[in-house]
Design a protein around this ligand. Sequence first.
Ligand SMILES: Cc1ncc(COP(=O)(O)O)c(C=O)c1O
Length: 459
Amino acid sequence: MTTLPKPRQPELKTSLPGPKTAAIMARDAQHLSTSYMRPYPFVPDHGEGVWLTDVDGNTMLDFFAGIAVSTTGHAHPHVVRAVQEQVTRFTHVCLTDYPQEITTSLAERMVRHVEKPGEKWRVFFGNSGAEAVEAAVKLARNHTGRSHIISTIGSFHGRTYGAITLTGSKTKYKRGFGPLLPNVSHVPYPNPFRPPLGATAGTCGQAVIDHIEGLFQTIIPADEVAAIIIEPMQGEGGYIVPPADFLPKLRALCDRHGIMLIFDEVQAGMGRSGKMYSFQHFDGQNGMNCQPDIITVAKGIASGMPISAMLAKESVMTWPVGSHGSTYGGNPVAAAAAHATLDLLEGVVKHSGCGESLMENAAQVGEFIMAELKAMQVEFPFIGDVRGAGMFIGLEFVKPDGRPDGKLRDAASMAMFERGLLNLDCGEAVIRISPPLILTREEAATGLEIMRDALRALK
Ligand SMILES: Cc1ncc(COP(=O)(O)O)c(C=O)c1O
């Protein structure tokens, strides 16, 4: 077993934006797509561990990991070596037509985390989360011969046509792009902090199940529903953890009606929640099962190299030869990065200061961050809710009357950024904390101190 050196901690410097940053941002504004958002003046030059340095030499602590992607931090030596080694061998031979050992072994490795006795799984590889979602929905329709898909309000599933149709978080993702996919409906997500359907935190899971059963009686014939797709922990919608009984009850509902259950683990999966897949926090608890039929993963799978996967039970992956594929999907360089990432997540390779594995580190340091943030609620009553699992943590800002305070959230996010903390919003009034999983307790404490300082400035 290899033990890798601990990255040094650069000093925080924050004079933003510097002249080089400003110049590149001006060129960027001239030539890049008008759809790109530029909320923060930051142009990265290089990274090391949980730190990113911009082109002017400002070093920032990364608390968002490129939207939950950079699992192993920046330029992790183990990942860099794996990529370099694969590039010198071959960079592309289309996986749709030819097998490659590196992707075969990656699939074998990934299914080990979901397979249960007597139940085999298979993997389709793509390049992005949206592509994995498209594959999941195509497979569910093809396998069941049904067309209707149910998704959730607040969800995010990507930017392709199928994925934006399924998405239910913001209308800006859909405006002007119609017509979208037919036969897609949205139901509420059981958010214990803002329970839908007149329910309480404790009853909202059952209320959503009853709501879906109600739709099956009145609007959507259940025997025409191919799949229910849901994030086991909702990401873009606000970093929301559903009540413990919900996913097992959803599994049971799908079983009653022959519906495929798709878990979109693109954001919360790959160790971020402290378990490989976030649904595993609920599966097998109190004798209840919520094993899905199909899982989508991307983001954290390969430390930033583009690869995604759609995993399905063998009994479900019945689409015929040639019915689906991808030129680049399962690219061997990205697959090498995924192996290296899994080495660290599983603890086959240790990262100094991060315990037995990055997954364990995510659980332990995440718990520390969450406890500290909960303690901060006493000083800052405008933090209405702190929630999450592992290093998937949401901080919701509220007005004195309890309604979401998006403006205050935006001000807090910018104040943190100006003090050297890269962070990102989500939902209506939430800051998501999704750092690289190599974050140590000391580095977490540095980030929390920056947050405290920024929040004090707001008061
Ligand atoms: C849950 C979820 N699914 C799918 C996607 C789409 O992934 P990508 O941007 O790689 O297409 C995202 C991206 O944020 C996501 O959070």
